[in-house]
Ligand binder design. Structure first.
Ligand code: TYM
Length: 338
């Protein structure tokens, strides 16, 4: 079992990242260890270059993201925690895979289409080739499982397509790359914006009110939940009644996920009640569950030296693990190296 996943250190990590991905990182850190396998989690700082960015903010956000992941339960002694920029093999393998990835495949990526909008010509080349770097991220380590939210599913399918074509074209009967399986949580794969039931919760949303950041303080969380978009109807008594009510479904889903219970159970308690009663209960639950993460983050983020040491140590291990696969890819392509 080899678990690999990444998160971009841009903006503040939010509840969608936590419920869609980070919670599974922690679970798989434990499961991989129990199975005698390994888990690798990285900050996708090279991916952050695909959009206009501020270098000083990227440095600060990278350290904050390490502190957040550790505060959420990743243990650098039990998993390999690093940033791409310290493991040059990611960028090297991306170049090798650029020969295999097809323009048509990348053109079909919904994230490319959404982010580029009508201005494709004005986008960076990095935004277009972003999924090839993502494929390199997981193929480099022979990942078997990749915990992600729903929005990354298509990118992982592409990684499998690239691996399959590379193995077929250059493997000479052996598999240079393992085909990775995405691990997508069934109930929390797509947490929605608090302001718009048709959009996902996102770091890049211009409105901070659209998301609960993992390091928001109690007052901010209560305020955001109170202002969250809902509807005038009381909550239904069973899950079927949430049909066609995306905002209500989202808030009830968040409650269930944070309480570790089911949507049906939440509706058993709150069915028939309006949001005037449900929202304060949701806000208090979030404050209670996020308080320990918040406290640990505040403590960790002060010590930049310790955070940098975590990344340096993780990168050392990641570079070692990456070496054989990269060497096999160079050799398969017929590239001569000393
Ligand atoms: P990023 O940084 O946007 O998000 C990190 C993880 O959080 C999940 N996620 C969500 N899950 C549920 N609801 C939401 N609203 C929500 N928003 C985000 C994402 O699915 C992701 O799992 N391209 C990736 C980073 C990456 C990567 C990789 C991931 C680079 N290389 C290799 C896996 C494997 C990204 O931008 O994630």
């Amino acid at each position: 079992m080899r678990i690999v996943s990444g998160i971009q250190p841009t903006g503040k990590p939010h509840l969608g990242n936590y419920l869609g991905a980070i919670r599974n990182y922690v679970r798989f850190q434990d499961e991989a260890e129990a199975a005698g396998g390994q888990s690798l989690y990285f900050l996708a700082d090279l991916h952050a270059l695909s959009q206009p960015h501020n270098p000083a903010e990227l440095t600060a956000a990278t350290r904050e993201m390490v502190a957040t992941l550790v505060a959420c339960g990743l243990d650098p002694e039990r998993c390999i925690l690093f940033n791409q920029a310290q493991v040059p093999q990611h960028a090297e393998l991306q170049w090798l895979l650029n020969g295999t990835a097809r323009m048509g495949w990348l053109n079909r990526m919904t994230q490319w289409k959404d982010k580029a909008g009508k201005d494709r010509e004005g986008q960076s080349v990095a935004l277009f080739t972003y999924p090839v770097l993502q494929a390199a991220d997981v193929l480099l380590y022979q990942a078997t499982h990749v915990p992600v939210g729903d929005d990354q599913k298509q990118h992982l399918e592409l990684a499998r397509d690239i691996a399959q074509k590379f193995n077929f074209d250059f493997g000479n009967g052996t598999d240079i790359f393992t085909l990775p399986d995405p691990i997508i949580p069934p109930d929390t794969a797509r947490i929605l914006s608090l302001r718009d039931g048709s959009a996902k919760m996102s770091k890049s949303d211009t409105s901070d009110m659209s998301r609960i950041n993992l390091i928001d303080d109690a007052d901010t969380i209560m305020q955001k939940v109170k202002k969250a978009k809902s509807d005038p109807e009381p909550l239904p008594s069973d899950p079927g009644g949430l049909e066609g009510r995306p905002e209500a479904r989202n808030l009830v889903g968040i409650y269930a996920a944070m309480a570790g219970t089911s949507v049906a159970d939440v509706l058993r308690d709150f069915g028939g009640h309006g949001f005037g009663k449900f929202k304060p209960a949701l806000g208090e639950l979030l404050v209670e569950k996020l308080a320990p993460i918040n406290a640990r983050f505040v403590e960790l983020v002060r010590d930049t030296e310790a955070l940098d040491a975590i990344l340096a140590k993780g990168a050392l291990k990641a570079r070692d693990l990456a070496r054989p696969t990269l060497a096999a890819a160079y050799a398969a392509l017929g590239l001569v190296r000393g």
